[in-house]
Design a protein around this ligand. Structure first.
Ligand code: ADP
Ligand code: MG
Length: 694
């Protein structure tokens, strides 16, 4: 029977009900599903060594006939199976420990493939220790040997080896002539069908020469074989289609279409404490244009730290509130929600709208009051955290959702909030400049606005790299800054979320800094403090009562302290570049000249030092992001996993940029011709991978 990609696994010969159940439990129910479980790596077991070439210390693949077989029981009830295999020319000893069933599985006279480490023999020569083994089939073929062999991550109780057998079996009976309508769309006249690409990725055709095989293995590891590129195209096309579908679905929805009158404009102008930058004005125009439509806005506001996103959001809020609809502003932490609440209250003070605050830390009674107000519609603007997502919160007429620091939110959360309104406008703000390639994939369903200009009067933060030995001098510098009216953050190398973060360790670190800065008021802030205490500390820092804030990266996001002029980061080499940039963005927000001092740890190697130095030379967040992306790949962008991009089996956004562009352009073309459904159906017909913003 010929298999096709969409056939159920349970119908396949050789997949018992138990295995099928395990696979189904992992969401794998069709042939295509299983075949998209791609090898994590490959091993070259193509050409057996002749037995006399086996050297102790090597991992080898050999082939020979069993000429001797015996079982020994050692004292500690250890079973040892000893065999000798021969290739007609010489022979080799093989031992397996504690695999007694081998004694009955193997027989003298059988031809075996073996793969494993060779060690010095206990009697003479060398021996193979507990190698993988496989009987050669009558046709001289084998699955686990005699080729470039795929290695799989196990799926539940289905072992990697069992998966290899399954894959081989499926691929042997897979109908390669299965029509693949995508072939006609492939760029550059490529013709590789999906089935062929899958087959060639699981069991790559091994070239005869050793060097060629090495080259192929490297290519496989880099995911750049033609077959892998073909799979990446497939995957990225699936993603692009999902994003286009989300876009289309949104176009069919109805949001509150705001009417912007001269009165609203006058109010907005009156509310402004400063002149907007060119960029702010442009972005605001883009947003307001969207808000006037019935199709819900879905816009990503991309702006470097300090570029002034808050005021843009506040003005959009004002427009929507003036039109009688509600606005929910969402921040990733309670601290930031508090600060946003304060900024929005300040910015909206000349208007009739009083923002409410809704965070987990509020007394139950107060939370209930806010929820009631939201449900009744008596509260127009609310700033909050995840508490907003809780089922209990309903809105009378939600017109706009603003999400700040998007990278901290999963798509699911975003959708849950959006689901609270009919189809509210959505403004997502991120201060983590994301490389364009990645943004297209992560936020492909969002329109993009960029704030590429800082408010006037900012001098860029001067960034310097210093050896740990310069610590005393840095202290001295901080002391002088404080004496002149500045404030400093001192970031300590304890990573939030890690198990090593202990409040005590941080406190003693802070004491040390305090000792170096006698007479200066030093505070401590970290994620293990109760929320209330964190807020008190932050409030005291904001008020200037604390002059140096010894903190973990909890301060990374959003909090605005205009007098803070120095950011010291200890063990800077331990942080990602994007994170360093976020931290640096906490200073230079007022008119004081500001500094970022990157202290290197004692064990910092040359490469890490270079990386930090490179960061110090970059001021533009986008440049930092590109550099970070180039160095470490997308996985390092916080929240990547929440975005479900870990679900890409082969596509890697650093490697498959060409494929990504192709996928987007194909999906875009079909969408414009109103044929997105057909394209989705084509993908589905190939057992399409449903990757998307799920
Ligand atoms: P971010 O984009 O990082 O969220 P904020 O919105 O917090 O930046 O703005 C940073 C600082 O710049 C705030 O103190 C804000 O009041 C100030 N600011 C924003 N826009 C302007 C402007 N057009 N002119 C002067 N100051 C501005
Ligand atoms: Mg902000």
């Amino acid at each position: 029977m010929r298999l096709s990609l969409t056939d159920p696994l349970s119908a396949m010969a050789g997949v018992g009900p138990r295995t099928a159940a395990v696979l189904a439990g992992s969401g794998l129910s069709t042939v295509a599903d299983l075949l998209w479980h791609l090898p994590s790596r490959w091993e070259d077991r193509a050409c057996p060594l002749s037995l006399r070439e086996v050297v102790a210390g090597d991992v080898v693949t050999v082939c020979g006939e069993v000429v001797d077989l015996r079982v020994r029981r050692a004292r500690s009830r250890l079973t040892i199976v000893e065999a000798a295999v021969s290739d007609g020319e010489s022979s080799l000893a093989v031992v397996w420990f504690n695999q007694p069933y081998l004694a009955t599985s193997l027989r003298v006279g059988q031809r075996l493939w073996l793969h494993g480490p060779a060690g010095p023999g206990r009697g003479w020569g060398v021996e193979l220790r507990s190698p993988e083994w496989e009987k050669e089939r009558d046709d001289g073929e084998a699955v686990h040997h005699g080729r470039i062999v795929p290695v799989y991550r196990r799926i539940g109780e289905v072992s990697g080896r069992r998966l290899r057998s399954l894959m081989a079996r499926i691929l042997a009976s897979l109908d390669r002539t299965f029509p693949d309508p995508l072939v006609g769309l492939l760029p550059g006249g490529a013709t590789l069908s999906l089935s062929e690409a899958l087959a060639e990725t699981h069991f790559p055709t091994a070239p005869a020469g050793l060097d060629e095989r090495r080259e192929l293995l490297q290519q496989l590891a880099r995911r750049t074989t033609p077959a892998q590129r073909r799979l990446a195209q497939q995957e990225l096309l699936g993603l692009a289609v999902t994003l286009e579908q989300a876009r289309e679905a949104r176009r069919r929805q109805h949001a509150v279409a705001c009417r912007v009158t001269d009165e609203i404009r006058a109010r907005a102008r009156a509310a402004l404490p400063f002149r907007l930058t060119q960029a702010q004005r442009r972005v605001l125009r883009e947003i307001v244009t969207d808000l006037q439509r019935t199709a819900p806005m879905a816009r990503l506001l991309h702006g470097d730290v300090g570029s002034g996103k808050t005021v843009v959001a506040a003005l959009a809020t004002l427009v929507v509130a003036e039109c009688g609809a509600q606005v929910a502003i969402m921040a990733p932490t309670e601290l930031l929600a508090q600060q946003h609440h304060a900024s929005f209250t300040r910015l909206l003070a000349p208007t009739p709208h009083r923002p409410a605050l809704l965070v987990g830390g509020l007394p139950e009674g107060e939370k209930r009051k806010v929820r009631e107000g939201l449900a009744r519609g008596s509260i127009a603007v609310v700033v909050g955290t995840h508490a907003l997502f809780q089922e209990a919160t309903g809105f009378a007429r939600l017109g706009l959702v603003v999400i700040d620091e998007q990278h901290r939110f999963g798509v699911a959360q975003r959708q849950r909030l959006v689901a609270k309104g009919d189809a509210p406008h959505l403004l997502v703000m991120t201060a983590t400049p994301i490389p364009r390639s990645l943004a297209l994939t992560l936020y492909g369903d969002l329109e993009m606005s960029v704030l590429d200009e800082l408010p006037p009067g900012r001098s860029p933060v001067r960034t310097v790299v210093r050896d740990g030995r310069a610590r005393d001098r840095v202290m001295e510098f901080v002391r002088r800054e404080v004496a002149e009216g500045g404030q400093a953050y001192w970031v300590v190398p304890f990573i939030e979320d890690s198990e090593t973060l202990s409040a005590r360790a941080i406190a003693s670190h802070a004491q040390e800094i305090q000792r170096g800065l006698a007479g200066v008021s030093v505070g401590v802030l970290h994620g293990r403090l109760p929320a209330e205490e964190r807020e008190q500390v932050m409030a005291a820092f904001l008020a200037g009562e604390i002059e140096v804030l010894c903190a973990t990266t909890v301060i990374e996001v959003g909090v605005d302290v205009p007098r803070a002029s120095v950011m010291v980061i200890e063990n800077a080499e331990r942080f990602g570049l994007a994170q360093l940039h976020q931290l640096r963005g906490r200073v230079g927000r007022g008119s004081r000249a500001s500094y970022c001092v990157l202290l290197l740890g004692e064990e910092c190697g040359a490469q890490a030092r270079e990386r930090v130095a490179r960061f110090a030379s970059l001021t533009d967040g986008f440049a930092v992001a590109e550099e970070d992306f180039r160095q470490r790949g997308p996985g390092e962008f916080t929240g990547m996993r929440q975005w479900g991009r870990a679900d890409l089996a082969v596509a890697d956004l650093r490697i498959h940029l060409v494929e990504l562009q192709w996928a987007r352009s194909v999906a875009g073309q079909w969408a414009r011709r109103g044929r997105l459904q057909q394209l989705a159906a084509l993908l589905g017909g190939l057992g399409g991978r449903s990757v998307g913003p799920a």
